[in-house]
Design a protein around this ligand. Structure first.
Ligand code: ISE
Length: 336
C-alpha cells in the first residue's frame, strides 16, 4: 500500500520534497498539503495530486489517512511539529535544523525516548551524497591514514529575501557541515572559534569557523550566504597518508569564445537532487518497515548540530574559542 504523506510547508523545500515523493519515488502519495497560505498549499496540492489542503499542521498530523509527515515549514516550527508527530505516533522526515536551541532538541529526544522508538529522520541530506560517502569510505578503508583536517566551503548566491539574519549563517547553513563532518570523521566537536570579515555593504558577511574534534582533528568551514556567483559546496579531507576532495558534479562544459565554462546550480536542490532522492527513499523504507537508515540523521544528530551552532554564535559574538559542552549520547541513539 502506498505511504500517505502530509507535507507541512509549501515553500521551497516542501515543494521539492512533495515533487520528489509524488513524481520520482514509487509507493508514496501526497495526501495533504498544509500551509498557512492557502493559495500556496492549493498550488502544491494541484501539482502533486494531493486531495486535501489544510492550514493547521496539528490537524494534518493527526488525520487517520496520513501515515507519515514531511516537515518543511520555518525552522522554529520543526521541533514543535516533530513533537506533535511523536505524540500522534507518526514517522516524520523533518527538515534541518531540528531546532536552533539545543534545549529544545533535548525535549524532543526525551519524548522520542519515552515513546520507545525512533520517529524522527532529520533532513541532513548530505549524508546521502556520493562525494561525502566516498570521503568517509576512503577514511574508513585506511587510504588517508589518520584524518587531520577537513576543509569546507559552503556558498549560496544570496540570502533569502525574508528573515535571514547574520547568526543564521551558523544556525541555519553551517549545521550541514557540522553534521556531515561528524558523520565523515566519526568524532564529536569539543571547541569552536568563529571569525567574520567586513563587507562593503549591509549584506550578511561570510563566517569562517575552526572546529576542534575530541580526536584532535581540525575542521574549517567557510559559510558565505552572499557569494553572488552560484551555489558552491566544496570539501577536502586531509589525512596523514593522503587527501580526498570532492569534484563539483557537472554534466557538461561549454567551449566558446576562447573559454571553457562549467555552470553552477542556483541553489542546493540541483546539486543535491540525488541525495534528496536517496534520503527520501530511505524515509519511505523507514515508514514501511520501521528500519531506520544506517546513515540517516536522527534527533540526536539534530541536538549535536544545535549545540555546536550555539557555541559558534557565542564564539563569534564574544570573539573567543568556545567549548562545545555536549551531554552524553543516550544508548537509545547508539548504533546508527
Ligand atoms: C538552507 O536552509 C539549506 O539547507 C541549504 O542547503 C543551505 O545551502 C542554505 O545556506 C540554507 O539556508
Amino acid at each position: 500500500m502506498s505511504v500517505r504523506l502530509a507535507v507541512i510547508g509549501a515553500g521551497v523545500m516542501g515543494s521539492d520534497h512533495a515533487r520528489i515523493f509524488a513524481a520520482e519515488l514509487p509507493g508514496a502519495t501526497i495526501q495533504v498539503v498544509c500551509d498557512a497560505a492557502e493559495a500556496r498549499a492549493r498550488h502544491l496540492a494541484d501539482s502533486t495530486g494531493a486531495p486535501h489542503v489544510l492550514a493547521d499542521p496539528e490537524i494534518a498530523i493527526r488525520r487517520a489517512d496520513v501515515d507519515a509527515v514531511i516537515v518543511a515549514s520555518p525552522d522554529f516550527t520543526h521541533a514543535p511539529l516533530s513533537l506533535a508527530c511523536i505524540g500522534a505516533g507518526k514517522p516524520v522526515l523533518c527538515e534541518k535544523p531540528l531546532s536552533q536551541s539545543s534545549q529544545e532538541c533535548l525535549r524532543v529526544i526525551e519524548d522520542e525516548m519515552a515513546a520507545g522508538r525512533r520517529f524522527i529522520q532529520l533532513g541532513f541530506m548530505r549524508r546521502f551524497d556520493r562525494s561525502y560517502a566516498e570521503m568517509k569510505a576512503a577514511l574508513d578503508q585506511g587510504h588517508l591514514g589518520r584524518a587531520l583536517v577537513m576543509h569546507n566551503f559552503h556558498r549560496n548566491m544570496e540570502t533569502p529575501a525574508s528573515d535571514f539574519i547574520g547568526a543564521m549563517a551558523i544556525t541555519n547553513s553551517a549545521p550541514h557541515e557540522f553534521d556531515v563532518a561528524r558523520f565523515v570523521l566519526g568524532a564529536e566537536f569539543e571547541a569552536i572559534s568563529a571569525f567574520q570579515p567586513r563587507r562593503s555593504d549591509a549584506k550578511v558577511a561570510p563566517v569562517v569557523m575552526v572546529l576542534e574534534t575530541e580526536d584532535g582533528q581540525l575542521v574549517n568551514i567557510e559559510i558565505n550566504n552572499n557569494a553572488a556567483y552560484g551555489y558552491d559546496v566544496r570539501a577536502e579531507l586531509v589525512g596523514e597518508l593522503g587527501a580526498i576532495s570532492m569534484n563539483a558534479p557537472s554534466h557538461s562544459k561549454l567551449d566558446a569564445n576562447l573559454r571553457q565554462t562549467v555552470g553552477y546550480d542556483a541553489d542546493w536542490r540541483g546539486r543535491y537532487a540525488e541525495a534528496y532522492r536517496r534520503q527520501n527513499r530511505a524515509f519511505l523504507t523507514f515508514v514501511r518497515t520501521g528500519e531506520f537508515s544506517a546513515i540517516a540523521a536522527d534527533a540526536w544528530d539534530g541536538y549535536c548540530a544545535a549545540i555546536v551552532g550555539e557555541a559558534g554564535v557565542r564564539a563569534l559574538i564574544e570573539k573567543r574559542r568556545v567549548a562545545v559542552d555536549m551531554t552524553a549520547q543516550p544508548t537509545f541513539y547508539r548504533g546508527n
